[in-house]
Design a protein around this ligand. Structure first.
Ligand SMILES: N[C@@H](CCC(=O)N[C@@H](CS)C(=O)NCC(=O)O)C(=O)O
Length: 313
């Protein structure tokens, strides 16, 4: 168990998530002190982490790979937190030569005593963390870096749907994105059961919604679809077993399962999904949940099978 992900202040067996410590914004006009620029900002992520995955997805869909560098931490976390390794395609940290992500937090605020979380948006010019809030980093990458983006054909936050997107984001966050964590980290039977039931009540609602619409808000995915995707893609592999969300799997929901494959097959997205990191991270980093640290062999999922949802466009 990492004390970080399971803080001491938890009450009556409920998981409490820490507030994000750094919440600055990159702006196009630079009025925040962090002007949008190519080559200035760097993203630190874990491919295991759903919150970090959201930022990886937006960076990929906007074609920001050349403008914003990215380093992937090792999926296994111990009491020293996220670390950089020499594994192919990952660290060592090319920007600052760090061994641990904690060094970014200490460089920004030497008195920082909170948990060291991913994602982190780092500013090379001021030498500090801009933000460690995935919602905010997502929004920044969605629009602030448009002058440097290779692809600008997707609107993640269409103005006409803004309030609907905000409401749906909040609903899905509470019951599904964070609901699986509240179920998985509960240490009280009733707290666990309420969280797990909440997950499936929401999945049932989404299943009905996706019977009528290819994506959550129409014929193209918006921010909310990608925010949901990162939980659905981990569900059968991790949350169903490790977090005991086992009333149903995603493959048991015809619409959600087709929708998940549709999003997975969307341009470039499959390359952002790393089941090796996902499975090793969860099963090996929470010994209070899985003391043997055995990583299961399954499930066998064919995410490349035709989804047939184009007919709804
Ligand atoms: N609220 C954060 C959540 C980030 C988060 O909780 N990340 C997890 C990994 S999935 C983490 O880094 N945990 C490290 C820890 O708690 O020690 C965000 O908005 O990005």
């Amino acid at each position: 168990m990492t004390t970080a992900e399971f803080p001491k202040e938890h009450v009556k067996g409920a998981f409490a998530r820490q507030e994000d410590a750094f919440a600055n914004w990159v702006t196009t006009d630079g009025s925040s002190g962090f002007p949008a620029a190519a080559g200035r900002y760097h993203l630190y992520v874990s491919l295991a982490c759903p919150w970090a995955h959201r930022t990886v997805i937006v960076r990929k869909l906007k074609g920001l790979e050349d403008a914003i560098g990215m380093t992937v931490v090792d999926p296994i976390r111990d009491e020293r937190g996220w670390r950089f390794t020499d594994a192919p395609g990952m660290g060592p940290d090319p920007v600052n030569g760090w061994r641990f992500l904690a060094e970014a937090y200490a460089a920004t605020d030497p008195s920082y005593r909170g948990r060291v979380t991913v994602p982190v948006l780092w500013d090379k010019t001021t030498g500090r963390i801009v933000s460690n809030n995935d919602d905010d980093i997502m929004r920044m990458l969605e629009s602030t870096f448009d002058a440097f983006a290779r692809k600008n054909d997707l609107d993640f936050y269409p103005e006409a749907h803004a309030s609907l997107i905000d409401a749906l984001n909040a609903e899905i966050y509470t019951s599904v994105n964070n609901g699986v964590y509240r179920a998985g980290f509960a240490t009280d039977q009733a707290v666990y059961a309420a969280a797990a039931e909440g997950v499936f009540n929401e999945l049932d609602r989404l299943e009905a919604r996706l019977a009528k619409s290819r994506f959550l808000l129409g014929t193209l995915p918006v921010e909310t679809d990608w925010r949901l995707f990162v939980t659905l893609i981990r569900f059968d592999a991790v949350y169903y077993g490790h977090f005991k969300c086992n009333l149903r799997r995603i493959v048991d929901y015809p619409n959600l399962w087709g929708y998940l494959r549709d999003l997975y097959q969307f341009r470039g997205i499959a390359s952002t999904v790393n089941f090796d990191h996902i499975k090793r991270h969860y099963y090996m980093t929470h010994p209070h949940v899985n003391p043997s640290r055995i990583v299961p062999i399954g499930p066998a999922l064919d995410l490349t099978a035709p989804h047939g949802r184009e007919r709804m466009s």
